[in-house]
Design a binder for this molecule. Structure first.
Ligand code: ADP
Length: 631
């Protein structure tokens, strides 16, 4: 639809116009069936007696366009509104005649649809000026249509007035009331027609029922009465067009006022009142009328015989009113239409519910992901702890194994060293005996050989002794106890007295050496070895100077033995702690090479550490670090 409007107040019309024809709207509807050149376009003028915003008008248009709208363009249907309910008929007709003559001077209509008596009269009066079209009357009494001037043979009439008998029968069926209150205006011609129809319908019901007629009363009085009807009543609404005090109003607006207070359900015969508070019933459907008209126009366009629809009545109920009066849908006849049904909870809260569902779904997915992640992490942690346990078990096993094999090895070394001494002693004693026996017959060279052999045996004995000492470290079974290093060093010096004197060495000892946890014999041996070496490994012609000092920190005591000797290359400082490792020739400095190995073993047995540094003033410093607290 392409609505256009025309301000008729500007057009000069016949004198004495009391009302301005401002509300005559123009709406262009056209129908082109689009079925090719074979069809002659049929121009149709649709004249409505009413206003374009009237509910009935809108419903009719809905049915009409449903049939025509989908078929093709609607270029050949023209619509005009007389708006006769609000404007004096005579003026409207004069004004419309002038308008139509001007507007459609060059248009020839094939058909005019006239809805309502005013439009029918008008259509009949202008028929000759617009090309003598056929007339299709809607909601016009057959007699009234026939009485109009100049009827044509192919004129059509769609009755489009309610079948009151049907409406009344449905109202009484569903409500089971014992009395009816009928409200309406009956003074106008159409009012009289409605009243006659109603009475005829009542008569055709075939049963008597008390009827209170509330006709042509002021609306406020009607409203007041509606609020206090006796129980078991139902209202039948026959349309009211004025408030009875000089103001026009639409039947819809009047129904709204009545239904707002009525203490009985309001039945009616017009679907256009649905939504005003009436409950409905068997009603005339302007939608069906519009559909019928649409089909007639289609038939005309296609050159077919046009005929009015069989019925334009259907059963329609208002859902809120059904709820209000407590009538179940199961009471409605088959095919009944229920309007204004309140949406279901799902429809009402569709977006909220959808949002919540999506939210829950997203949360569930997140939760699933989290659960999976936690599960994966847990199993990884479990695997890790299993591995750790296994590893710890293995370390314990290996450590025990190592300790066992160490012990075995030491046992072996000890036994071997011990047993080796016996044959060695035999070698040296028999060599000594041999030398003694041969006595003077021994020549110098042989005597020297024997001396070498005896010397070798002695050295070997010393080495074996050293090995035995080495093996014995940690095997004495003595318990650890607090030992004063002052005493330990003092005893070592006593044992070394001869060596010190021979070397003319000078030994300085810090007077406040600390006490540590240890085994006295082992510690004496440790310091005795270190001080002995310090006195021994000195360049020729140099007098040994040895100093023993210490320092401490929070956790450790550091004791050192510093000398002014020949020093030890940085590269050899680890090697000298090995068994039988010597850096010097035997003929220069005697020794077995076991002393420092023994020292390291003793220090480690005491949980400490030993290493060598350069003495800045020349020589070496042997440093020993003891833990202050042994666990
Ligand atoms: P030994 O003294 O019987 O040879 P040690 O194990 O005590 O065996 O010493 C190993 C070697 O370390 C020695 O042969 C010597 O070369 C070197 N050494 C030990 N103490 C010192 C020192 N104070 N100064 C220089 N060299 C040393």
């Amino acid at each position: 639809m392409n609505p256009t409007s025309l301000d008729l107040s500007r057009i000069g019309l016949a004198k004495g116009l009391r009302v301005i024809l401002a509300l005559v709207a123009l709406m262009g509807w056209g129908v082109v069936l689009g079925s090719g050149e074979a069809l002659a376009a049929q121009r149709v003028l649709f004249l409505s007696s009413f206003h374009k915003d009237l509910p009935a008008q809108r419903q009719l248009e809905a049915g009409f366009t449903r049939v025509l709208g989908a078929s093709a363009a609607m270029n050949d249907v023209y619509v005009e509104f007389l708006d006769s309910q609000r404007l004096p008929q005579q003026d409207v007709i004069e004004g419309m005649v002038a308008l139509i003559e001007r507007k459609y001077r060059n248009v020839r209509f094939d058909a005019v649809i006239a809805w309502g008596l005013p439009a029918a009269r008008f259509a009949a009066s202008i028929r000759h000026t617009i090309g003598h079209p056929r007339l299709i009357f809607v909601e016009v009494d057959k007699d009234a249509a026939a009485s109009l001037s100049d009827p044509a043979e192919d004129d059509l009439t769609i009755v489009a007035s309610p079948q009151y008998a049907e409406s009344l029968a449905e109202a009484l069926r569903i409500s089971r009331v014992e009395r009816l209150v009928v409200i309406g205006d009956t003074k106008t011609t159409t009012g009289q027609i409605r009243l006659a129809g109603f009475r005829e319908g009542l008569a055709r019901l075939g049963r008597t029922i008390p009827v209170d007629e509330v006709f042509d009363r002021p609306l406020d009085e009607v409203v007041e009465r509606s609020a206090h009807l006796p129980p078991g009543s139902a209202i039948f609404y026959l349309l009211t067009f004025s408030d009875g005090r000089g103001h026009n109003l639409t039947p819809f607006a009047a129904a709204q006022q009545i239904s707002a207070v009525a203490n009985a359900p309001i039945f009616t015969a017009w679907e256009s009142l649905m939504g005003s508070g009436v409950i409905g019933g068997r009603v005339l459907s302007m939608d069906m009328v519009g559909e019928g008209l649409g089909k007639i126009v289609l038939a005309l366009q296609q050159g077919l015989r046009a005929s009015p629809p069989d019925s334009v009545m259907r059963t329609v109920y208002d859902w809120p009113q059904l709820e209000h009066w407590g009538w179940d849908e199961s009471m409605l006849p088959a095919g009944a239409v229920v309007l204004n049904r309140s949406p279901s909870l799902l429809q009402q809260y569709y977006w909220q519910i959808l949002t919540i569902v999506i939210f829950i779904a997203v949360l569930s997915i997140l939760a699933a992901f989290l659960a999976r992640a936690v599960q994966t992490r847990n199993s990884a942690l479990m695997a890790l702890s299993k591995e750790r346990t296994l590893l710890a078990q293995r370390v314990t096993e290996r450590t025990a194994e190592l300790a066992r094999s160490n012990a075995e090895l030491e046992q072996f070394a000890y036994a071997a060293s011990h047993d080796l001494r016996q044959p060695l002693r035999m070698v040296s004693s028999y060599l000594t005996l041999t030398r003694r026996k041969l006595g003077p017959s021994l020549d110098d060279e042989v005597a020297e050989f024997i001396a070498f052999a005896v010397d070798g045996a002695k050295r070997m004995d010393a080495m074996i002794n050293g090995l035995l000492d080495y093996a014995r470290v940690g095997r004495s079974g003595d318990a650890f106890k607090m030992v004063s290093l002052v005493e330990v060093v003092g005893e070592a010096l006593t044992n070394l007295q001869v060596a010190i004197q021979e070397a003319r060495g000078m030994v300085t000892v810090a007077p406040d050496l600390p006490s540590i946890q240890g085994i006295p014999l082992e510690l004496v041996r440790l310091f005795q070895n270190l001080i002995g070496n310090a006195l021994k490994y000195v360049s020729e012609g140099r007098l040994p100077e040895v100093s023993i000092g210490w320092s401490e920190d929070e956790k450790t005591d550091l004791v050192w033995v510093a000398d002014n000797g020949i020093g030890i290359d940085a590269a050899d400082r680890e090697r000298v702690f090995g068994v039988f490792q010597r850096l010097v020739a035997q003929d220069r400095f005697e020794g077995t090479g076991i002393g420092l190995a023994l020292c390291r073993k003793i220090v480690e047995h005491h949980g400490g550490r030993i290493w060598i540094e350069d003495n800045p003033s020349g020589g070496s410093v042997f440093k020993i670090q003891f833990q202050k607290y042994r666990s």
